[in-house]
Design a protein around this ligand. Structure first.
Ligand code: C2E
Ligand code: MG
Ligand code: MG
Length: 617
């Protein structure tokens, strides 16, 4: 560079100078030229520095980018490749380096096991054929160690290529996990309702199996188990049931967990009710085998509803959603009916179930309107004391007189009201009405009102204690004349709130009777949990009299009552023989058709007299 500068100065000096220019002017020109040259050099140096910095930045970016990158020239030789690419494929930097041919790179890659099942020639041919199109392409590449790469090849204007590689193994796994969770139940790991529906719709669209045999089953008393043994035990039971169901079916069948205690089994096969019923029987038996869960011995039982349907090849594939919904609805309708009102516990869907479901829906609608329409009333049935020879009180029993249906039994509408959340309102009405009507009866005649266990649960309205207190206050009935009957229910007494409500009711002055004694879950432990005033021996024992077993039970209950200082009442007495046996066994208070059927309030005065007739015989 210095030599070039010296040459330049020499050239200026040798230029023919106009004679009028003095030596100083010449020197001035030389100096200006030199300054310009210096400035040029500084500029070049600055540019060089900038270029170097840009290079360094690009280099840093290239080697720290998360994607692997390789650049090929038009002859498919490596122009550059970053560290990430070498790390992804395990490339040796001495082999995969600028100048290496595509064949060298691929042969090396195959030797490293990056192209499972491919020879170097095959891998090279596949790569070349992709590149031959000369257009950008994107695809996924599996490596031998199960990693998955997302690959992008981009052609350059000079005929070369820029190829990037991204490891998407973790991302794909996370997406798959999320998709699995969305379609599977987290407790049992089984497909959920959405997955079952999807499988059915796909089968319909593809005409696969040409039909559905669907079983919907429910594990009975599951909620009770969760309430008493805890949800961990409930969850473990569901897992074990899921395993049992899986062992009952073929590999092609689908076992799904729909919700809580509800499972489904789907066979993709032509509709065959007999086959489905046989499978259901096998499933019911498999479920009903003893097992130990978290230290508890359990004997689960299942109810099963079955629905079958052929896929008619003439039906359009677009009808899938409707057809699947229909099969599911039918199977769950059959499940609802299974075990109800004496029906079999494994039940095949029948078209009349639809009608029943609609009828029930209509009943629900009517019941919602019954209270405000004034269709509910109370009937009263006398309770008679044998020793005192008097009517001690009446039990208030709900009656629903429907304009078209006639009388609907409380055995039907009370559970329905409980289910619909109407029992609080109806129960409060019954308390108010019973207290108001009884307040006008002769002094000392009590009134007994039935309470549903659900009235003890916290709800939107005032609490039970307030409801009772208000009913007493508004009617002016002496609280000592009010008796409240509760039935045994597994969950009721486990709850401290229930016990404190019962104590509060007792504080108000009301008596508390335990109804239908002997039929519930834990009659004896009930007696320990609250000091009841009365035990009402369930009518099923009375009906059996004078048969010896029933007599023994009645005797035991009266003895139990006597030793605990609790009065025993016998209900459902229809014959003088039953009465005689009960008296002999130490029962004093009697209730039943023998003394009088439940009657309207207007007939109470007459019943006060007629109820005593059987005692005079
Ligand atoms: P429960 O409280 O055990 O009432 C006794 C039932 O036995 C009444 O049936 C009564 O009519 C019937 N009964 C009485 N004596 C005889 C007899 O000698 N023979 C026969 N076969 N039956 C007799 P009902 O009135 O049909 O009530 C059925 C159940 O409905 C009641 O059983 C009670 O659990 C419920 N219930 C009735 N009223 C109410 C209410 O106001 N609230 C609540 N939560 N439940 C009620
Ligand atoms: Mg009762
Ligand atoms: Mg009863």
């Amino acid at each position: 560079m210095l030599a070039r500068l010296a040459g330049f100065v020499k050239e200026i000096r040798q230029r023919p100078t106009p004679p009028k220019l003095p030596e100083s002017a010449l020197l001035e020109a030389e100096l200006q030229a030199l300054e310009m040259f210096r400035l040029d050099m500084a500029e070049i140096e600055l540019r060089g520095q900038e270029l170097e910095e840009t290079h360094a930045r690009l280099d840093a970016a290239l080697h720290t980018m998360p994607h692997g990158l390789i650049m090929l020239d038009a002859d498919l030789r490596v122009v550059l490749c970053n560290r990430r690419l070498r790390a992804l494929f395990g490339f040796d930097p001495d082999i995969v380096r600028p100048g290496a041919t595509l064949a060298q790179v691929i042969t090396h890659s195959v030797a490293l096991g990056n192209h499972p099942g491919c020879s170097p020639a095959e891998a090279l041919a596949a790569t070349r054929s992709r590149l031959a199109h000369g257009v950008a392409c994107a695809f996924e590449q599996h490596l031998a160690d199960r990693r998955l790469l997302s690959v992008h090849w981009e052609p350059m204007p000079d005929g070369g290529w820029v190829c990037t590689y991204e490891d998407i193994t973790a991302r794909v796994a996370a997406t798959e996990r999320a998709a699995h969770l969305a379609r599977h139940d987290s407790i049992t790991g089984l497909p959920n309702r959405a997955a079952l529906i999807e499988a059915m719709q796909t089968a319909w669209q593809k005409r696969r199996g040409c039909g559905f045999n669907l079983l919907c089953l429910e594990i009975e008393r599951f909620q009770d188990l969760c309430d008493t043994a805890g949800h961990a035990t409930g969850d473990e039971l569901l897992r074990r049931i899921g395993e049992r169901l899986g062992a009952c079916v073929r590999q092609t069948d689908i076992v799904a967990h729909l919700r809580g205690a509800g499972f489904a089994i789907l066979q993709l096969a032509p509709a065959n009710p007999d086959l489905a019923a046989r499978l259901a029987k096998r499933v019911a038996d498999a479920v009903h085998a003893p097992l130990r869960v978290n230290g508890r011995s359990l004997l689960p039982t299942a109810r099963i509803g079955i629905a079958t349907r052929d896929i008619d090849l003439d039906e359009p594939a677009t009808a899938a959603e409707e057809a699947v919904a229909e099969v599911l609805r039918n199977a769950s309708l059959a499940l609802t009916r299974a075990g109800q009102d004496g029906a079999a516990r494994v039940l095949l869907y029948a078209p009349d179930m639809d009608r029943r479901a609609q009828a029930r829906h209509a009943l629900e609608m009517d019941l919602r309107a019954a209270l405000s329409a004034g269709q509910l009333s109370l009937y009263y049935q006398p309770l008679v004391s044998v020793s005192r020879h008097c009517v001690t009180g009446f039990e208030a029993l709900l009656r629903w007189k429907h304009p078209e249906r006639g009388f609907v039994s409380p055995g039907v509408f009370v559970p329905l009201a409980e289910e619909l959340g109407l029992i609080g309102e109806i129960g409060a009405w019954a308390l108010r009405t019973a207290c108001t009507q009884a307040a006008k009866w002769p002094q000392k005649v009590k009134v007994a009102v039935n309470l549903s266990p659900l009235q003890f649960l916290p709800g939107p309205g005032p609490g039970l204690e307030t409801v009772v207190a208000n009913a007493l206050a508004r009617s002016g009935l002496d609280p000592l004349r009010l008796e409240l009957e509760i039935t045994e229910s597994l969950r009721l007494m486990d709850d401290e709130r229930t016990k404190s409500t019962l104590h509060a009711l007792r504080e108000l002055g009301a008596g508390i009777a335990l109804d239908d004694f002997g039929t519930g879950y834990s009659s004896l432990s009930y007696l320990r949990s609250f000091p009841f005033d009365k035990l009402k021996i369930d009518q099923s024992f009375v009906r059996g009299l004078p048969e010896t077993e029933s007599e023994a039970i009645v005797r035991a209950i009266s003895a139990l009552g006597a030793s605990l200082g609790i009065a025993t009442v016998a209900e459902g007495i229809e014959t003088p023989t039953q009465l005689a046996t009960l008296v002999a066994e130490g029962c004093d208070i009697m209730q039943g058709y023998l003394f009088g059927k439940p009657c309207p309030n207007d007939d109470v005065p007459a019943a006060l007299v007629s109820a005593l007739a059987p005692l005079s015989v």
